[in-house]
Design a protein around this ligand. Sequence first.
Ligand SMILES: [Zn+2]
Ligand SMILES: [Zn+2]
Length: 169
Amino acid sequence: MNQDNPPEMFCFYHPDRPTLLRCNRCNKPICTSCAIKTPTGYRCKDCVRSHQKVYDTAVWSDYLVGIIIAGVLAAIGSYIVTRIGFFTLLLAPAFGTLIAEAVRRAVHRRRSKQLFIWITVAAVVGSLPMLLVMIFNLSLFSIIWQGAYTFLMASTLYYRLSGIQIKRP
Ligand SMILES: [Zn+2]
Ligand SMILES: [Zn+2]
């Protein structure tokens, strides 16, 4: 064998496929269809899965509690918006932060990406009835404030929730 050629390896999951790739965490040989690209390099399925488990701590009741709290608070916020007009632009992000904080406490700071998406969707749904009322009333400015509220509140909420993941390694 030529010295420049590395010894032939076979994929851990597909013993019939020769490969030159290794998982950069556990070092086992993996073929291109098994390698998963992560921000820190190629990894095998097992390493990616065990890594995700650390971040997925949410239990099923967290979904229920999170969705209810986010939906109800977002609905209350949309009612306040009907009274404050322009100040919605200041209130909406603050409300998104408030909902994120309330939900985080309620689920004991457990987390998962799925949970954050569901909570954000619940907040959007909670804020929609008032937006629909304004659309039926054809009051243009109210539609704008309600729309701005839904967008700013939901994006702040999602950012706040998923920001937790980035800060804690
Ligand atoms: Zn691995
Ligand atoms: Zn493979």
